[in-house]
Design a protein around this ligand. Sequence first.
Ligand code: ADP
Ligand code: ZN
Ligand code: ZN
Length: 666
Amino acid sequence: MALPVPLCQHYDYAIGEQFNQVEFLPGMRVSVPFGRRQEQVGIALGISDQCGVPPHRLKTISAVIDDQPLFSPPHFKLLCWAADYYHYPLGETLFSTLPKLLRQGKGAPAPAPAQQARVASATAAQDGMASRGFDLNPQQTQAIAAITAHTDAHSTHVLQGITGSGKTEVYIEAVRRVTEQGRQALILVPEIGLTTQFIERLKQRLPVAILVQHSALSDTERLRNWLAARDGEAAVLIGTRSAVWMPLKAPGLYVVDEEHDPSYKQDSGFRYSARDIAVVRGKFDEVPVTLGSATPSLETINNVKGRKYLPQTLPARAAGAKPPEVRVINLRKQPVSGALSKTLLNEITRTLESNNQALLFLNRRGYAPVILCHDCGWYAECTRCSAKMTFHKDKNCLICHHCDARKALPALCPDCERPQLVEVGHGTQRLDQTLAGHFPGAKILRIDRDSTRRKGSMEKMLRAITAGDADILIGTQMLAKGHHFPRLTLVGIVDADAGLLSADFRASERMAQLIVQVSGRAGREQQPGVVYIQTHFPEHPLLQTLVNRNYREFADLLLRERRQAQLPPYTHLALLGAEATKQEVAEKFLRLARNSLKQRDNLAVFGPLAAPIEKRRGRYRCQLLVQSGNRNTLHQALTPWRQTLESMQEAKRVRWHLDIDPQDLL
Ligand code: ADP
Ligand code: ZN
Ligand code: ZN
């Protein structure tokens, strides 16, 4: 029996006389007494004649919830594989992928016989050409043919093409072919709120039932979608990360759009990568998988080089628009006013004069990231995190972006009691104010997490931009993806330096992806676009390669650096993180953990080290990194280790987690 408990172990229960007739199959839910609870939902793993518990202590199943397994055999196999791979308890793995109502034991009605026969199928297929209004170009045709050539065999395709090169058209036609065969397609996207245009397009073009799984749905609606997917009622499913666990009656294609996006990695609890799971699912189901991106992750590029994935490249902009020109502004050589160089200000003026839109990208919300005392050097820091507090002028308070703690802005310096507090650095709110000063007549829209908190506000702003009802856009990474703004011709990257200076080894990869994505917003229709990148390091080789060559060569350069430094994708990592209110406690646990890991060839351990953000929400955070050039070696070491960790006395005094293929080491 698998139960939702944080231990890598299974539980045995006796089958009472009343269930003699029941055929227990793996994946069926039952209700069992557990601990102090009388009724706990559990998932049957199998029946055995042997049992580790003495008969008189063996408890008995109290009820059988399902008369059929919840999961198809390949789906169950996938879940077991994932629990193994991520070294996460099977019970919690199974439960965390189910809709809430099923976790709570609500019934999952079996499909009615009539329904069962009605597998989703695209009948009366619309003529693709007619609804599209143009012919696919040869590269698109070839990509679609390759992806759908063998729908009964697994292959992973990497669809690489800049924004506007026609990737979405390829998805649509590949999905059409699959649904015409009566099979289902699952499409993963980074964020639903940013994908409305994409979903609308799919709905217009495909005459099949399309369901969207998103966070605004009620529990009942989520369960309904889950059942519709399982029973083949839905032909196409679109969702974020967690949708990768949707059951499918007749899978035919998996698509991961913007495959490089960090949001595909879950960063708490069951820390899986939805992109990687989609690929493994395709393998188990023997169907094709397509990973699409203008800027594939280094892992994916490496898999193409190793011939595990097949490249499908769309070289040009499909509708004939030219890619934007990219120029670098050296901030060391220019007067800068309020984070904006003279060059960039002039360009904004020109853009507005020709009645076009400008987008300024700044990945930092709030007004000023630091509040500093001019007299004594005091700065506002969060008491619960090792992080500075950001000043939010609209609320006139300081907010910690790590724990959301809030404090009033002090009138005097808390240390020296003098009134000289200064705002240092620029967030989107301050940029908004600066721009309003420079361009008093312009309509400025700021799009970040603060300005889009209210439901529907994001959609409203996107509509305003598309309708031309905005002159200057200020955006964080929320605005980097997916949208199509016909009048946008100028993009300014306000600060590219953070990505070049960060301690995180993935920072420069992320920076480049964001720059390319944001640049893709410029000049999508008849008008050519220009991108300006502000930096203090214009001669940085990575930046030079990105600007003067292209993302592929940039990625090659970065891959060489990763190889030299023995970093992923050339080695594999697991991170053991521990948190405690006292630093020594977390550190001691990790020291003992380190000692209990058996040494092996080709296995290196680093730490315990303080995490880059040492304290968060009042807890000190330490980490241990386990690294190997060979995945099997790593996993062989981790399996017994996880068992040891669970049984360690010190483990009870800390919060700990194991993260396989960690994305961010912060
Ligand atoms: P991506 O998903 O790569 O950003 P899209 O599929 O959205 O690209 O295509 C960008 C624009 O080009 C869309 O307006 C689309 O309708 C158009 N388009 C796509 N393929 C072609 C083509 N072969 N000929 C003309 N226009 C195309
Ligand atoms: Zn002071
Ligand atoms: Zn904090």
